[in-house]
Design a protein around this ligand. Structure first.
Ligand code: ADP
Length: 626
């Protein structure tokens, strides 16, 4: 092949500039990124070698060498991993998925305050961090397997790179960095040792250092410890080691909220080291977010992001699983319905849920932190994990009418605080707390001194069916069906009052029913209102209003279901309208009043009136007249 010049795709140039200029404060992380890439390449070779002997025909001793050549201002990172073909170099070092690039640029723009370099590894741009310290990067690679040719990739990070034939007899990759002025620290043994310890201590292959352009001897001491922490018993491991390992696998710059080591014995045996992060990384809510645990089988790294080991709703958990009960030459497809994998998954799920339950009991502040970050995701479990419904019911938290400062309450706490007369758990689904707190639906219930759960997460509308009861107490929505409160005596008084109202205001309800027949199915008198004139409620088994809104937002067809208009018989407005009807039931202004009433009810629950322009016009007329 003759030497060819290529232009980086436009977005790459942007990323390069960002990496080089914005990440300057912590340039040392380039070493971590390049070592991680080398380690990944060895993982891949080792894994492919299990099924294709030609890949490991040279019986390699896996290794990563760092070689400093101060005289030539060059630092090299060499591995004997999988290597890359010309085509792979072109693809891997010249293109980044544009979504990744975009997410990365956005992240940089928004997260000025955080330690940006820590994020870099999450976006598949690690390789480019080399340009922070190097004015020129050369990659020479020979791919493992038969019939491969060595290739050289060179770039100064200024918009172009070149590809040409190269000479290299052993498979693997060498990244040679021509260091910029002022980067001499990276030639020093002590500095490299410090960085390897800091960032790459848990890399599973020996990382060795050689000076004066010479490769280290195979028996030279490795800079990293290569400790498989998950194999050691908990009492032998210091918290710092756990934290360090967590940073290594997660790229999260905060310490984990909770470390969960598992040593399962008996029916199936495996070891796992899991972590619950403190807060949700920005990647967690991105589409195509990679999640899952790293899987090792008898010390061989099989792959990262094994989502088969965790239910989707625990996707925030990070860590590794090591099993000796699985065959070495496993593939994702084979694992899909593997009985061992299913057992590991169920064991891990149980352990995480019980850890969370303990945290909730013994360290409520930590649990609050956890729930603030991941509660939304955990709740999905109620919809999908039937087996663990009871445990999940114990773990979910909600805002409530009585909890101050927008704090959370569990179902258990709610039930414990219920006055004796209260028999059911009341809740209201709403888009936001502000709307919920001012909703007409909660008026009477609040007056009774009962607390109300506010379900304001979008997922709440989905999970509520699974939450039908807790400790024998039914969960009752306040914007649906009939509502009966208090003692039997109070109930019958209330019932009589509503029946009397129905008789007294019969003419009014007839007029409203006629005027609003397109919008509502029924007009009746409400047991829930004290201050407001009216509200809308759904029939007992209907879909709730937020669910309806959500379906519309997702462009799904929502079956037209008419709701019930409930009136407050003690309200001045209702009395006034009743007088108007008595005077002249055919008064055309009654149509306007009916529409205004309905508009109010919609606004009260956080929905716009059906025809906002008409609503505004009617209010204006009314004010002008008034
Ligand atoms: P990421 O590692 O997150 O995918 P990078 O920009 O660091 O992103 O690397 C891009 C790709 O280049 C890698 O996914 C890998 O395919 C390839 N690559 C990088 N370094 C090596 C290496 N030492 N050996 C083999 N392939 C490599």
């Amino acid at each position: 092949m003759s030497k060819k010049n290529h232009v980086f795709k436009a977005e790459i140039q942007q990323v390069l500039d960002l990496v080089i200029h914005s990440l300057y404060s912590k340039k040392e992380i380039f070493l971590r990124e390049l070592i991680s890439n080398a380690s990944d390449a060895i993982d891949r070779a080792q894994y492919l070698g299990l099924t294709d002997k030609s890949v490991t025909a040279d019986a390699p001793q896996w290794k990563i060498d760092i070689i400093a050549d101060k005289d030539n201002k060059t630092l090299m990172i060499c591995d004997n991993g999988m290597g890359m073909s010309e085509e792979e170099m072109d693809k891997n070092l010249g293109v980044i998925a544009s979504s990744g690039t975009k997410a990365f640029t956005e992240a940089l723009k928004q997260k000025q305050e955080v330690n940006v370099p820590e994020l870099i590894g999450q976006f598949g741009v690690g390789f480019y961090s080399a340009f922070m310290v190097a004015e020129e990067v050369t990659v020479i690679s020979l791919k493992r397997g038969e019939g491969q040719k060595a290739v050289r990739w060179t770039s100064t990070g200024n918009g172009t790179y070149s590809l040409e034939d190269a000479a290299r007899d052993k498979p693997g990759t060498t990244i040679a960095l021509k260091l910029r002025e002022g980067m001499d620290e990276f030639f020093d043994t002590w500095r490299i040792r410090e960085l390897v310890k800091k960032y790459s201590n848990f890399i599973a292959y020996p990382i060795r250092f050689g000076e004066k352009g010479e490769a280290p001897k195979d028996d030279a001491e490795a800079l990293n410890t290569m400790k498989a922490l998950w194999k050691r018993s908990k009492s032998d491991v210091k918290q710092e080691e756990y934290d360090e390992f967590y940073t290594h696998i997660s790229h999260d710059h905060q310490a984990p909220l909770k470390v969960v080591p598992i040593a399962a014995e008996g029916q199936i045996e495996f070891k796992a080291l899991l972590f619950i992060p403190k807060s949700a990384g920005m990647d967690l809510f991105m589409p195509n977010n990679k999640h899952g645990l790293s899987l090792y089988v008898r010390n061989v790294f099989i792959g990262a992001d094994f989502d088969l080991l965790l239910p989707e709703y625990l996707r925030f958990v990070k860590g590794v699983v090591d099993s000796s009960d699985l065959p070495l030459n496993v593939s994702r497809e084979m694992l899909q319905d593997d009985a061992v994998i299913r057992k590991i998954k169920s064991n891990i799920t149980g352990k995480i849920l019980s850890t969370l339950a303990e945290m909730q009991k013994d360290a409520p502040a930590d649990y609050n932190t956890f729930f603030t970050g991941f509660g939304r995701i955990l709740k999905e479990g109620l919809h999908f994990d039937y087996e663990n419904t009871d445990k999940l019911k114990g773990l979910v938290l909600f805002h409530s009418a009585k909890r101050e400062n927008n704090g959370f309450i569990s179902l258990k706490e709610y039930v414990a605080a219920m006055p004796e007369a209260q028999k059911e758990i009341y809740y209201l689904i709403s888009d936001d707390l502000q709307t919920a707190k001012q909703s007409p639906h909660i008026e009477v219930v609040s007056q009774y001194g009962y607390d109300i759960l506010f379900l304001t997460d979008p997922v709440d509308a989905y999970i509520i069916d699974r939450l039908s009861d807790y400790e024998g107490k039914k969960l009752v929505p306040l914007d649906k069906g009939h509502l009966e409160l208090g003692s039997d005596e109070e109930k019958s008084v209330a019932k009589r009052k509503l029946e009397d109202a129905a008789t007294e205001f019969k003419a009014l309800t007839e007029v409203l029913k006629e005027q609003l027949k397109e919008e509502i199915s029924e007009v009746r008198f409400s047991p829930r209102l004290t201050d407001s004139a009216c509200c809308l409620v759904a029939p007992e088994h209907a879909m709730n209003a937020s669910m309806e809104r959500m379906m519309r937002a997702m462009n799904q067809e929502v079956p037209k279901q008419l709701r019930i208009l409930e009136l407050n018989p003690s309200h001045e407005l209702i009395k006034k309208m009743n007088t108007m009807v008595a005077a002249n039931g055919a008064d055309p202004v009654l149509k306007d009043y009916a529409d205004l009433l309905l508009g109010q009810a919609l606004l009260g629950e956080g929905n716009p009136p059906k025809d906002p322009q008409r609503f505004t016009r009617l209010v204006t007329n009314l004010m002008t007249r008034g």
